[in-house]
Design a protein around this ligand. Structure first.
Ligand code: ATP
Ligand code: MEV
Ligand code: MG
Length: 389
């Protein structure tokens, strides 16, 4: 049987987005919303030499003759699946040519980077085999919940599942995790995909999607942790689309214009993330200390949001969410790249359901979409057999 499914979670960044690209510490958590990738290799009875890609979320399908891909991407055949490699500038140009041939509708042109990442990962890990790949997601795309990372992690997992690098039980029909060494390989390949979509990613998004739970991350070094505080977050999607690559580039340009001031901003974010890490890791003996910790976390979120405004990545709709939740004495901060997208609001343990309902009603009356997702769930998993099972 030559079919496998992979699923990888989205994420929220509790502190440190953007600054993490410049070497500060960041704290991120997986959330229980997943992207699914199914991979089925063609058999001789299929009698076709196409690589097919079905993207359920933008409702688009594409296919390429394998010979066309081989003609355009000969060098990727030299890449070993056990040695993640970046897509070279020449290769990126070749892939761009393949993607331009697709005539993607202008309104959905943002998915071009995802298709490019797919072509690089597929040809590098699996070479030139006819297959059908289907992608679907519970995550809003381009909203700050790590949809690109979940896409790349689930894709890398499905592609590696059939290689010698993966120590998996192909006869097991249930969801299963990779071994530690293989999971690192999935994460490193996903990072190569994120580079194509994000431009200059820090690696925190694909790492928390690969490993799950909560991580403290600084320049590739990570600390895995489970929160000793029962963090309950309201996620408000402003539904303002934006592009992480452009927002990350904008912060780098501001840093070049104001190097000293921005260095202090990044350093302050580093301190906030380190304090948040120690709060989350410290034991919580009783309810009082939970409330005390929640108050500290709220203050850190508020301070981080102020620094994100310094970086120029807030947005009018994000400010509307901040003002609305502040009326109820709740702390909020953007999560992910900002510029629209999603905003986190901490819901303290002692907050009444009535207040939560009022906040959600007011936010949704602004046209926003609110979800309360469990945070700190599992990382990437794979399941052999067809996706209907
Ligand atoms: N399910 C999917 N199907 C197809 N393409 C996807 C999917 N999920 C993500 N992508 C690709 O990733 C892009 C969105 O990535 P982007 O980094 O801009 O947003 P995000 O990852 O949701 O937010 P953030 O990086 O701030 O967490 C899409 O435009 C598309 O190219
Ligand atoms: C904005 C950013 O810090 C997080 C995006 O979710 C980019 C990155 O770290 O790759
Ligand atoms: Mg992304």
């Amino acid at each position: 049987m030559e079919e496998v499914q992979a699923r990888a979670p989205g994420k929220i960044i509790l502190s440190g987005e953007h600054a993490v690209v410049h070497g500060s510490t960041a704290v991120a958590s997986s959330i229980s919303l997943y992207t699914y990738v199914s991979l089925r290799f063609s058999t001789p009875s299929d009698n076709q030499d196409l690589l097919k890609l079905q993207l359920k979320d933008p409702a688009l399908e594409f296919s390429w003759p394998i010979t066309r891909i081989q003609q355009v991407l000969p060098e990727s055949a030299a890449v070993l699946s056990s040695t993640p490699a970046s897509c070279s500038v020449e290769c990126a140009k070749s892939i761009a040519a393949l993607v331009e041939e697709l005539d993607i509708p202008e309104a959905k042109i943002g998915i071009a980077s995802g298709i490019s990442a797919f072509l690089w990962l597929y040809s590098s890990i699996q070479g030139f085999k006819p297959a059908t790949v289907v992608v679907s997601s519970e995550l809003p795309l381009g909203s700050g919940l790590g949809s690109s990372a979940a896409f790349c992690v689930a894709m890398a997992a499905a592609l590696l599942a059939f290689t010698d690098s993966a120590s998996l039980d192909v006869n097991q029909q249930d969801w299963q995790f990779f071994g530690e060494k293989e999971l690192e390989l999935v994460n490193r390949w996903a990072f190569e995909g994120e580079k194509i979509i994000h431009g200059k990613p820090s690696g925190i998004d694909n790492t928390v999607s690969s490993y799950g739970n909560i991580i403290s991350f600084k320049s590739g070094n990570l600390t895995h942790m489970k929160s000793n505080v029962p963090l309950k977050m309201l996620i408000t999607n402003t539904k303002v689309g934006r592009n992480t690559k452009a927002l990350v580039a904008g912060v780098s340009e501001r840093m070049l214009r104001h190097p000293d001031a921005m260095a202090f901003v990044f350093s302050a974010v580093d301190s906030i993330s380190k304090e948040l890490t120690s709060i989350l890791k410290s034991p919580t003996p009783d309810e009082l200390s939970v409330t005390e910790k929640e108050e500290k976390i709220e203050e850190l979120m508020e301070m981080n949001q102020g620094l994100l405004q310094c970086m120029g990545v807030s947005h009018a709709t994000i400010e509307t969410v901040l003002r609305t939740t502040l009326k109820y004495k709740l702390a909020s901060k953007l999560t992910g790249a900002g510029g629209g997208g999603c905003v986190l609001t901490l819901l303290p343990t002692l907050l009444s359901g009535t207040i939560i309902d009022k906040v959600i009603t007011e936010l949704e009356s602004c046209g926003f979409q609110c979800i309360i997702a469990e945070i700190g769930g599992t990382g990437v998993e794979v399941k052999f057999g067809n996706s209907s099972s």
